[in-house]
Design a protein around this ligand. Structure first.
Ligand SMILES: [Zn+2]
Length: 155
């Protein structure tokens, strides 16, 4: 058994789409990044790469590489899963927490779980997505950005 942890942050910017956990969420602003800035998927990728000691998302998908400009992070997750499979790892479960003040994402949580489990060929019960506000504290509370935490267990 191997455990891995991932953490990511992206800042809000006008004129961007908001993608979280592979789902496009209606909002007046989105997250800034070289890719689609899906902070949830990035945290999961880092947790997977951490658990397998294969490096991190920046190593495999550098933001200096034009191939990853505005890329759908679901592709990065699928690529990461391939790396783990090649190395002989099997994902047991994933748990994530998204910290953001707004918008409310409770209505999208189940869609995120089914999207993520679909990409990773996991059962719904193996993928957990949770959200919390930070009680208006910090950059998440000031709606300057979103952070995401992920923990995974591999066999
Ligand atoms: Zn990121």
């Amino acid at each position: 058994m191997r455990i891995g942890f991932g953490y990511d942050v992206h800042s809000f910017a006008e004129g961007r789409e908001l993608w979280l956990g592979g789902i496009k969420i209606p909002h007046h602003q989105g997250l800034l990044g070289h890719s689609d800035a899906d902070v949830v998927i990035h945290a999961i990728c880092d947790a997977l790469l951490g658990a397998s000691a294969l490096g991190d998302i920046g190593k495999h998908f550098p933001d200096t590489d034009i191939r990853y400009k505005n890329i759908d992070s679901k592709i990065l997750l699928a690529e990461t899963a391939k790396l783990l499979a090649v190395a002989g790892f099997v994902i047991q479960n994933i748990d994530t927490t998204i910290a953001l003040q707004s918008p409310k994402i409770a209505p999208y949580i189940e869609q995120m779980r089914s999207t993520l489990s679909g990409i990773l060929n996991l059962e719904l019960g193996q993928v957990s997505v949770k959200a919390t506000t930070t009680e208006k504290l910090g950059f998440e509370g000031r709606e300057e950005g979103v952070s995401a935490y992920a923990i995974v267990l591999l066999a």
